[in-house]
Ligand binder design. Structure first.
Ligand SMILES: [Zn+2]
Length: 163
């Protein structure tokens, strides 16, 4: 992790907080950086659209491809405040981003954010169709984890979002 990484992660955190920081709304932010510039920055929008696939990373990949006019994002780095789910990890692979950097990992937050996922995305990218994607976690881990319910939060089931 570099200071640049922390700089871009601060941007992702700001986007995550752009519509409030209530952890029940799953404030996830993502920016995609290419050649030192943000080419996309998106928050998750699953409820607003509504679209079950509108995770922050999916939206940012769509915007980044639109803004570059290219379906491949080679050389770009994707920053996400929370460890990308399986869908977003595969989308990163398909879009050819070179590097994924996330803040909080699955052990840093309440299990509700990952409960439907029995697959550890870090493990499955090892078996996926690309071995040239780098995935690194823990960038501003504590700041990112504060966006979400903590691992030991006692939450009524009804308040646990299904992401
Ligand atoms: Zn996702």
């Amino acid at each position: 992790m570099t200071q640049d990484d922390e700089h871009w992660m601060h941007e992702a955190i700001a986007i995550a907080r752009s519509k409030g920081s209530d952890p029940s709304t799953s404030p996830l932010g993502c920016v995609i950086v290419l050649d030192g510039k943000v080419i996309a920055g998106e928050r998750n929008q699953t409820k607003e659209l509504p679209d079950a696939t509108a995770h922050a990373e999916m939206m940012a990949i769509r915007r980044a491809c639109e803004s570059t006019g290219d379906l491949e994002l080679r050389g770009a780095t994707l920053y996400s405040t929370l460890q990308p789910c399986g869908m977003c990890t595969m989308a990163s692979i398909w879009s050819k981003v070179g590097r994924v950097v996330y803040g909080a990992g699955r052990d840093d937050v309440h299990e509700m954010y990952f409960k439907a996922q029995h697959v550890d995305t870090l493990a499955f990218t090892g078996d996926a169709c690309r071995d040239d994607i780098v995935i690194e976690g823990g960038c501003l881990r504590d700041d990112c984890a504060k966006l979400y319910y903590g691992p030991d939060a006692e939450l009524p089931v009804a308040e646990q979002a299904n992401l």
